[in-house]
Design a protein around this ligand. Structure first.
Ligand code: SF4
Length: 312
């Protein structure tokens, strides 16, 4: 059996179980310390090689602990992240990319189910306290990383609940509320994080107050605005903004009734809308996107990374 402990493959003689032909006698490999493509592509900065190695050795909790050194929300990102890590995976050229996204979700769910402790120590009582505006994924992750560096964090959130767009605009079909609530509350319960809900910047607290009360302030209010859209400056009278439609659906469970709908875009918002419109009775949903569906001739850099099986 070959041990996959990280770094072992770089030691002479440890890769003999792999049948590599006669290259050893013709050319010696050079070991270069560099991020793996999946690591470099991950917006959360995860070191997937490191946590996969621990998982392969049979240590699921250690794999989760390694993963959350970078990303404290794997049960959530394992459901909503468009997983550019898999698009970058070298293994894709051989047979198929590793199922990083699904394994990440499983590790997150297992940690919730087993009540695994986050690998962070409570900060000192007099540790500097960072002010963070916004309790979405960015603000909550930032608060968690403050703890990892021995700092305290106070979050100011305008809404009555934490979660930002995760809660306000992602339908439960893609992100059920149980893992969302469980994972957010586990991070927010860590000692050293204080959450102030219903506290809007500019209404309930000013930037000057935050600067006065905290040695550092992070603004993480989220991406709540849709991109302006027109055709040569002309805006259709019945144009709707996708993000607002999703928020309305999450809040009220309703979408505009329309037999035929055109959705422009190829990201998660567009795909969520297409699915919801189909399920709510629209007969024809047409997606217009600059990118293509994955296929044998599609350049990986020009494909949407969701396969809309329900769409024509
Ligand atoms: S699915 Fe997870 S590992 Fe992959 S890019 Fe997203 S956050 Fe990173």
């Amino acid at each position: 059996m070959v041990s996959m402990t990280r770094g072992a493959y770089a030691k002479p003689g440890t890769s003999l179980d792999f049948k590599t032909g006669n290259w050893r006698s013709t050319e010696m490999p050079a070991h270069i310390h560099a991020k793996a493509p999946c690591h470099a592509a991950c917006p959360a900065g995860e070191d997937q090689q490191a946590w996969f190695a621990k998982l392969q050795e049979g240590h699921a909790e250690a794999a989760w602990a390694e993963l959350v050194r970078a990303n404290p929300l794997p049960a959530i990102t394992g459901r909503v992240c468009p997983h550019p890590c898999e698009g970058a995976c070298n293994r894709a050229a051989l047979d198929g990319a590793l199922a990083i996204h699904n394994v990440e979700r499983w590790l997150g769910d297992e940690a919730i189910r087993n009540g695994c402790d986050y690998p962070v120590a409570a900060p000192r009582a007099n540790a500097p306290e960072v002010g963070i505006v916004g309790a979405g994924p960015a603000g909550i992750s930032a608060a968690y990383h403050c703890l990892r560096h021995g700092l305290r964090a106070t979050i100011y959130e305008a809404s009555p609940e934490a979660g930002g767009l995760l809660r306000a605009a992602i339908p439960q079909t893609r992100l059920p509320r149980a893992p969302l609530d469980a994972e957010l509350s586990r991070v927010l319960a860590l000692p050293g994080i204080t959450l102030n809900l219903r506290t809007r910047l500019g209404r309930d607290v000013s930037l000057e107050e935050l600067r006065h009360n905290h040695p550092a302030v992070l603004l993480a209010p989220g991406c709540q605005a849709s991109t302006a859209w027109s055709v040569d400056g002309a805006v259709p009278a019945d144009l709707r903004e996708g993000l607002h439609m999703l928020k309305d659906f999450v809040d009220h469970g309703a979408l505009p009734e329309a037999e035929r709908v055109v959705v422009h875009g190829g990201g998660n918002t567009a795909m969520d809308l297409c699915r919801l419109l189909k399920r709510s009775g629209s007969k024809q949903v047409t997606l217009i996107t600059a990118s293509g569906l994955p296929g044998p001739d599609t350049d990986p850099s020009d494909e949407i990374n969701v396969v809309p099986r329900e769409l024509e």
